[in-house]
Ligand binder design. Structure first.
Ligand SMILES: Cc1cc2nc3c(=O)[nH]c(=O)nc-3n(C[C@H](O)[C@H](O)[C@H](O)COP(=O)(O)O)c2cc1C
Length: 208
């Protein structure tokens, strides 16, 4: 077994992070630029944090090309709100396009061909092609450095959940209908169509 120090360069740590923490779900974060245009970007350092209150978190890193916060972060810090949309089999190519580094203010719904929809309580738009959308209010930000590649943890409280009836079965989101897509190492992506079921066991069942 090989052992590595984590005080190595960004790229060395990064390859182990994205190679080991897999599969990662992808949040497609929509925010409003200062001039009212829309920003859209995927983030696979993304997870659920709390069910009640309902909190999610994602982790944007300082941009390596500029040493600055990504546009998503600038918008959230100013507007205090955002929308989480989801990457699925029917939108992943356009979601990938949304990761392109564009000049601030260039509308990323227009650029990607994805469709903006008004939200109900936040100004940031929802992405029509996402069958689940969370309207979020910014809660906290923890920053782990100022150098390129340093991450931040941004949490948001989900105030409204929108779900397309087409992905619902018995009032729950069906994995088969949702067809979520995730991220792996390098340029690997995952579909969620290879699964197995396993029930959680009680201690009594294990000791039988
Ligand atoms: C599937 C996917 C997942 C990504 N996940 C992250 C991530 O978790 N953190 C991050 O900083 N960048 C991530 N990126 C890169 C950002 O999407 C990219 O830097 C984007 O330009 C940021 O946009 P913004 O400046 O409009 O916020 C990811 C890219 C892709 C394609």
């Amino acid at each position: 077994m090989k052992t590595y120090q984590t005080n190595a360069a960004f790229a060395d740590n990064y390859k182990f992070l994205i190679g080991s923490i897999i599969p990662r779900p992808i949040a497609v974060i929509s925010t409003r630029n200062i001039d009212g245009t829309n920003n859209l970007a995927p983030f696979s350092f993304f997870t659920a944090v709390s069910a009640s209150p309902m909190i999610i978190a994602f982790c944007p890193m300082i941009r390596t090309s500029t040493g600055d916060f990504k546009d998503t972060v600038k918008n959230i810090l100013r507007e205090k709100e955002f929308v989480v949309n989801f990457c699925t089999e029917s939108n992943y190519e356009r979601v990938n396009l949304a990761s392109t580094e564009l000049p601030y203010g260039e509308d990323e719904f227009t650029f990607t061909g994805l469709t903006p929809m008004d939200s109900q309580i936040v100004k940031a738009k929802r992405m029509k092609e996402s069958p689940v959308q969370f309207e979020c209010v910014f809660r906290d930000m923890l920053c782990y450095g100022k150098e390129p590649g340093a991450g931040s943890l941004i949490t948001g409280e989900v105030k409204l959940i929108h779900v397309d009836e087409a992905v619902l079965a018995d009032g729950k989101i069906s994995t088969d209908l949702f067809k979520a897509v995730g991220r792996g190492t390098g340029n690997d992506w995952f579909k969620t169509d290879s699964r197995f079921q396993m029930e959680r066991l009680t201690k009594a069942q294990i000791q039988k």
